[in-house]
Ligand binder design. Structure first.
Ligand code: FE
Length: 281
């Protein structure tokens, strides 16, 4: 057994996206700050409607998957395929933009707390031009498991430890992503066995935690080293955190805003297709 260490910390930076939603971006805050196949992680968290009310009006994506995880508040998704989804606390939306999707994501509240995450997960070259897909996963359909001092919501992939496993709500090919939401009481310990070749990182969104003896600061992405097991300890106030892992693609990444392809020519094609109205046809 080889424990993963905390290798590198990417602090989240204040950012604004959509029509002016205030958020914090860690992965993806600049082009070099990716962790293949993870492209971006945004956390939005505010009690002030001015920070979120403008939402994300109609916009395109091509070449990757977007995962939205709501913790507090409500958001409505609409897309050109005719899908409408209402996301509430604990719900997940898994959207495979692939060759193209045009959608909006708008808050369904005018006051109160809005909190959640958006993750961008790359697709391999051979899946980038496949038809778009979309799934809503209600909170009640997300498997949960308890352990001494905490519980884990298994959103994607699986939680595996010492040969026992809990399968998550979503399974994806090739990148085989794991997405866990872990809640720890003060001084509790979480452990998971992960495939040794997967790239992994953690993001503490409440409290504080440490990995292999190093503190992972609140609201920062902690990139983990190699190994087949991860152990996370909460500190005196407990912790809530996301743990993510996936198989790296090792392919070139060329990004222009909401388009993530392998070459510049493919980006130019995406822009031309969007202009012509064929991006999501
Ligand atoms: Fe979007």
């Amino acid at each position: 057994m080889n424990l993963r260490e905390l290798n590198h910390v990417i602090p989240s930076m204040p950012a604004s996206d959509g029509a002016g939603v205030k958020l914090r971006r860690s992965l993806g805050a600049s082009q070099g700050l990716r962790h293949d196949p993870f492209l971006m992680l945004d956390e939005f968290f505010s009690d002030d409607p001015n920070d979120y009310i403008a939402g994300f009006p109609s916009h395109p994506h091509r070449g990757f998957e977007t995962v939205t995880y709501m913790v507090d508040g409500r958001m409505q998704h609409k897309d050109h395929l005719g899908n409408t989804g209402d996301l509430g606390p604990g719900d997940v939306q898994w959207m495979t933009a692939a060759r193209g999707i045009i959608h909006s994501e708008m808050p369904q509240q005018t006051e109160g707390r809005m909190r959640g995450f958006q993750l961008w997960l790359n697709l391999p070259a051979k899946l980038k031009m496949q038809p778009a897909g979309y799934r809503d996963i209600p909170s009640t359909a997300i498997p949960e498991a308890s352990f001494d001092g905490g519980r884990v919501r298994v959103i994607a992939g699986e939680w595996q430890l010492n040969g026992s496993r809990v399968e998550g709500a979503i399974q994806r090919p090739i990148t085989e992503p794991t997405l866990l939401d872990i809640h720890l009481q003060p001084g509790a310990r979480f452990a998971a066995d992960l495939p040794a070749h997967h790239h992994a990182f953690a993001y503490v969104y409440e409290g504080s935690a440490s990995i292999a003896g190093k503190t992972l600061p609140h609201r920062a992405a902690g990139l983990l080293g190699q190994g087949d097991r991860i152990e996370i300890l909460s500190e005196s106030v407990g912790a809530r955190l996301l743990l993510l892992a996936a198989a790296p693609l090792g392919e070139p990444v060329v990004q222009y805003g909401p388009f993530v392809m392998n070459t510049r020519e493919e980006i130019e094609q995406a822009l031309a297709d969007y202009r012509d109205g064929t991006l999501a046809a």
